[in-house]
Design a protein around this ligand. Sequence first.
Ligand SMILES: Cc1ncc(COP(=O)(O)O)c(C=O)c1O
Length: 388
Amino acid sequence: MDPLRPFFMEDYLEGSRFTARYNLGESGGRPVTVGELLGGSGVSPAQASDAFLSTLLRDSPNWGRADLRDLVAAMHPGATRENVLITTGTSEALLLLFRQLRPRRVALAWPAFQLLYELPLRQGAEVVRLPIRWDARGVPSVDTREWLERLERERPDVVIINNPHNPTGLVLDATLLDAVARWADANGATVVGDEHYRFLSSDDAVLGATVYRPDKRTFVTGSFIKCLGCPGLRIGWCVGDTAMLAGMQNEKNYTTHTVNPVTEWISHEVLKDLDSPALRGAREEWRRNRRTLAAFLERSRGVYGASPQGGLVTSLGVRGATNARDFEARLAALSAQGVFVLPLSAMEVGAPEGTHPLEQGHGFRLGLGISAERFPEALEAIERATAA
Ligand SMILES: Cc1ncc(COP(=O)(O)O)c(C=O)c1O
């Protein structure tokens, strides 16, 4: 497969997931075992074994376990259990939500996580790009005025706020979020918050800001599985208006129906204490890797960019690689050094806009989901491949 044209991002990722020496292509945390996750959530091996072996493998409740829905509701001020649907990953929450919303025109930060635009596009919706800009040092930012002008001009019926943002690592500031919410209110648009990285969006607070508001036109999707390095658990949620969730749940009955009870049990153990060693440990490793990356970027002669403000990915440029051919050669050199990353071109559709190399897709997404001990070694491999 041409590495610059990986139309199917997930297939591309799987091509190296199990084999790369340094897998920095993923968007999640360093994978943990069931034992580590439960141990870090205060469950002893004996308790875990008892609970696991005595779990009845019947269908879980259609909307998800009530106590789990309560825990998710508690993370969204103003929400109750009736505002929460448990899903098979955030992906399913987004799929079901878009199918109910039937958007005509969807605005979202660009570049974007593939699923966020592919789902609306396949339903025949148009996509409105809200640009992320980069400065000469590769630091990303959003111009609030530019976004508002574009919303006013294009008048989308749905605005997606992916915060923290994949693939730039930006945490959108309160003023911008407020301005978008006011525009949506004034224009009858729906706001969808994809808050997949919410547990890794603030240096001090376990939970970063949410766009959730208890009204009929705000929906939030999320999970903890990427932040805690357990994507194999496949759990997620949608929080929002009960009538809309009921439509989603009805369709869910014909597909995944319910979430596996073992997954729901583990998820309940993880979320019952947001100050658990599992969460504290994941956040500490995230902070360490961000510091390591920031120090590396200060001195790197091969790559440029910024450590993520939130989440586990950032977008880096390669010095001197301003066109597709140069960039492709550096990608091959990275691969020869055992480093696997995701080219930004894998996350874009249509003709790239903007003049910055990163806006044109000549860069890659770097994941921080590697142990803090091995990260410096992986970054040195990147330097060897790019600074030549
Ligand atoms: C921003 C964002 N939204 C949604 C998803 C889908 O995640 P899940 O694995 O929970 O289905 C991802 C996965 O990487 C993501 O990064």
